[in-house]
Design a protein around this ligand. Sequence first.
Ligand SMILES: *Cc1c(COP(=O)(O)O)cnc(C)c1O
Length: 427
Amino acid sequence: MSNLYSDFGVSDALYAYGEGLLAGLRERFARIDAVAEANQAKVLLAMQRNRVDAACFHGSTGYGYDDAGRDTLERVYADTFHTEAALVRPQLVCGTHALAVALSANLRPGDELLSPVGKPYDTLEEVIGIRPSPCSLAEYGVGYRQVDLLPDGGFDWEGIRAAIGSRTKLVTIQRSKGYALRPTLSVARIGELIAFCKSVKRDVLVMVDNCYGEFVELREPSDLGADMVVGSLIKNPGGGLAPIGGYICGTKTCVDRCAYRLSAPGLGQEVGASLDVKTSLYQGFFLAPVTVAGALKGAVFAARLYESLGFPVLPNGTESRHDIIQAVELGTPEGLIAFCAGIQAAAPVDSYVRPVPAPMPGYDSEVIMAAGAFVQGSSIELSADGPLRAPYSVYFQGGLTWYHAKLGILLSAQKLLDAGLTALPEA
Ligand SMILES: *Cc1c(COP(=O)(O)O)cnc(C)c1O
């Protein structure tokens, strides 16, 4: 077996070890490919049914009136997610913005927001006002309640029932674990939770933070009753090509309100030039099922490799996956730094840079990040980060191609081997 990656510094022993592990993952990878194939067909059908043509890619400027390509892209998203409507815009500057628009458009003063799955993603703490912040929902009189998951990761059904009251207007469910140590929710479990909340209060709205989950399974939370699914285009659905943007797919009533909140009351979805980004948004969405499959294979390989080297990993190498994030507990600051150095060294962009830990707003310890991306901050591209505190876990995700993810993981392990922080098991 000749070592394809010796020029990058991967040793023959590590290469052979990785190939051995990969031989055991063939069936797993075949299942990932089968999901990608079905999702590819779903996206393609949505594009055909909406008669996507070359005119859709023409840019628009100014107010963006009659931007037919923009409107068609939104119908393609709506058809793919099986929703009545969609708002897909470069003016949604990131995932947090899309979530903030969805929440603030559909909650009014006196309403209450409920998270039945514990604390939401860090950046939403300021949106909601869990951490006091100018312009938060709390400042506008929107209340917030939270019911934590049970210690075993299950839903606290009775706690949730008790928390849904006369003011409860909207339930927010985060699909991915983000940086929390809880399981990512499968679409089936999200469906059960939606059904339960609606059985307690028929007209309660449910929004799902779908970040990192798109195209990982055959179904999306919108197939199981979510009123809105929301995410970022520099994660899964942008396929690595979208240079900016966010999406909100959902009922017409909810999405209309989001459009009025994003632009202005009375204007809504009619305005918003897409400048010259539409080709990337279409082409990225077209590629996204396959991009996500590559990222998933990378996550599974990382889990398998690091598990076999004796590091705790979440999820483990065999359990089913519902997002593209892989956590590895490296145990030492040197281990975390070496892992990130390996990911960086595998990058197509900025590969010569060495990542170093630095303070970050909102974190109580230094953070290290590895990313050599075409699109700044894009985490569908191969990237890794983690806070410099025990247990020195790294969160790893992305890879525009499986082969790039594979090289990154091998190089991360090589850096740990070189630093004497791990050793290959005896053959
Ligand atoms: C990334 C992410 C967000 C926020 O997205 P940004 O684009 O970074 O603002 C929100 N929720 C979850 C679960 C995420 O993973």
